[in-house]
Design a protein around this ligand. Structure first.
Ligand SMILES: [Zn+2]
Length: 126
């Protein structure tokens, strides 16, 4: 006996998107078809899992496109940002490590470097 309902019908049945006549047809078929009843249970489980994680089922193509777009953007932006972050990290380490020694033993040099950093910081802000 051919199935009178499709998986799409079952999905619509779960989401209460069927009109009264279609609903009655699906409900009637489910009562007499263990196969479709089992499929409905699987769909229910998947639907509950999506709701539990606060996710809406998304078409696979959409997800993959979003992932690819993010990867492309990352490849373009990363090296430049990484270089800048690395330079800033080196400056911070040099200032912190060297600054303590300079301040103690060479106050004048420390003041010169402080001035240079102040100028550099000012030019960065512009
Ligand atoms: Zn069936």
């Amino acid at each position: 006996m051919p199935h009178e309902v499709t998986p799409e019908d079952l999905s619509a049945y779960l989401d209460r998107e069927l009109d009264a006549a279609a609903l009655a047809g699906v409900a009637g078929h489910l009562a007499s078809c263990p196969e479709c009843a089992a499929l409905l249970q699987r769909l229910k489980g998947a639907s509950a899992a999506f709701k539990k994680h606060g996710l809406e089922p998304a078409p696979e193509g959409m997800v993959f496109r979003a992932l690819r777009a993010r990867r492309r953007g990352g490849e373009r932006g990363a090296p430049r940002r990484l270089g800048f972050a690395f330079a800033m990290a080196v400056i911070v380490v040099v200032v912190l490590a060297g600054g303590v020694a300079f301040k103690r033993f060479m106050p004048q040099v420390f003041e010169q470097i402080q001035g240079m950093i102040g100028k550099a910081a000012g030019s960065l802000g512009r």
